[in-house]
Design a protein. Structure first.
Length: 429
């Protein structure tokens, strides 16, 4: 980050000097003032880097001295850096969290906590998260906010006590969130725990933790075997966690955002740029040779336009979204934002074009994942009796039969209330 500031400052200074060489005398004062400011910024950045380096060396020496002088705690297994060090004593089943500043060291201990292995004990940029699967406790904290530790008992989330028939090892996955502003790129890291054995997930962001069940407890005993059926994919600032056994999708993003859907909940996925729909794919369910998606949504799996990323044309992009249409009256849509920039993108400019292509690539990943899920849900649907393309029969009998069949589709969950009412209105003229 600081190297970018220094580099930018040098570039600004260079162009300022060039401008000064060709400017009139009355403009020289302005050029010199800009040059002085740039030099001041460079000097401040260099001093800050030197101070940080000195402080880091001081903290490392303090840690080394503490390790040498203290022999009452096993220090062989640890995670962390010069600001925060976490040690695991296997014999004592104890954790020591050591918070290090140039003013001194603060220690805190957690009892009855074992090292779960590097896969479930992570440290990243002042944040740590450790999941102990035997006790089902999660230890998390944040150095920058001076939070020493936060222990959450995940047994309290799923109170039913039901599990899958066979134990499945939990996993800890990383999602990196980035946001581009005019001068900097901000980033943060989110860890997502997937505990299939208990049908539970937990999201940890900057030492904060939120846990939730992604599948109803009564269904857990259906799953057998120790092999995981969860796959995890990232697209931009979103993580897609998919359970292929239960046909459940969990989408996780920044600020502890999470959405849970059954595959069958998803009717349609669209890519929208500047308010224009560039791509659409729907479930396209076929009922008796007629496509319900075509009747209700103007085309099943219709491709309005591919996500080709045509950046040759000069255009200004303000937003790039994936819209998910849901089979629910409570939450009809879910919008995922893929343009992570504070300013509009002008594709005629090289830097903006590069960002646009990156965001478009991420939107494509999400679109492809959701399209596969739509196809998976279609394959899982049972065959449905024909209703929408019946041969002509006497009017009174035909309308009655069609209404009965539409009511059956609605009762079976094939049609929503809105779809049912729309078809009913067409039949009744």
């Amino acid at each position: 980050m600081k190297s970018k500031i220094i580099l930018s400052s040098f570039v600004l200074l260079f162009f300022s000097l060039l401008a000064g060489g060709s400017s009139e005398d009355e403009e020289n004062g302005v050029v010199i003032a800009i040059a002085v400011v740039v030099v001041a910024v460079i000097i401040i950045a260099i001093i800050a880097a030197i101070v940080q380096s000195i402080n880091k060396k001081k903290r490392l020496k303090m840690i080394e001295k503490d390790e040498q002088e203290s022999s009452d705690f096993d220090r062989r297994v640890s995670i962390g850096d010069d600001r925060c060090k976490i040690y695991f004593d296997a014999a004592k089943k104890k954790v020591m969290i050591m918070h290090v500043t140039t003013d001194g060291i603060t220690k805190k201990f957690v009892d009855d906590y074992e090292y779960p292995g590097k896969g479930l004990a992570r440290y990243f940029d002042g944040n740590y998260i450790i999941y102990e699967p035997n006790s089902r406790r999660m230890l998390s904290g944040n150095y920058c906010r001076y939070t020493i530790n936060n222990i959450e008992d995940l047994n309290g989330v799923d109170k039913s006590g039901l599990t899958t028939k066979d134990p499945i090892a939990p996993t800890l996955n990383l999602l990196e969130i980035t946001f581009h502003s005019s001068m900097t790129v901000d980033s943060s890291k989110i860890h997502v725990l997937a505990d299939e054995y208990h049908g539970l997930m937990a999201v940890a962001e900057q030492g904060k933790l939120y846990a939730f069940n992604y599948i109803s407890a009564e269904r857990l005993p259906e799953k057998v075997g120790i092999e995981s059926t969860i796959s995890v994919k990232s697209a931009g600032n979103y993580m897609f966690v998919m359970d292929s056994y239960f046909k459940v999708l969990v989408i996780i993003g920044g600020n502890m955002m999470h959405k849970t859907f059954n595959y069958s909940d998803i009717i349609e996925v669209s890519y929208i740029e500047n308010g224009d729909t560039m791509f659409t794919k729907s479930t396209g369910r076929t009922v008796g040779g007629a496509i319900v998606g075509g009747v209700l949504m103007g085309g099943a799996g219709a491709v309005v336009g591919g996500l080709s990323g045509d950046t040759k044309q000069n255009k200004i992009v303000n937003n790039m979204d994936i819209k998910i249409l849901l089979r629910s009256t409570e939450e009809t849509t879910c919008i995922l934002h893929f343009m992570d920039s504070s300013n509009p993108l002008k594709t005629k400019e090289t830097s903006d074009k590069t960002l646009y292509e990156e965001f478009l690539k991420n939107a494509n990943k999400a679109k492809d994942l959701l399209s596969v899920i739509i196809d998976d849900a279609k394959q899982s649907l049972p065959p449905v009796a024909p209703v929408l393309s019946q041969p002509a029969t006497p009017q009174s009998s035909s309308v009655a039969d069609e209404l009965a069949k539409l009511a059956k589709l609605k009762a079976d969950g094939i049609l929503t209330e809105e779809e049912f009412q729309a078809q009913k209105a067409k039949l009744l003229g």
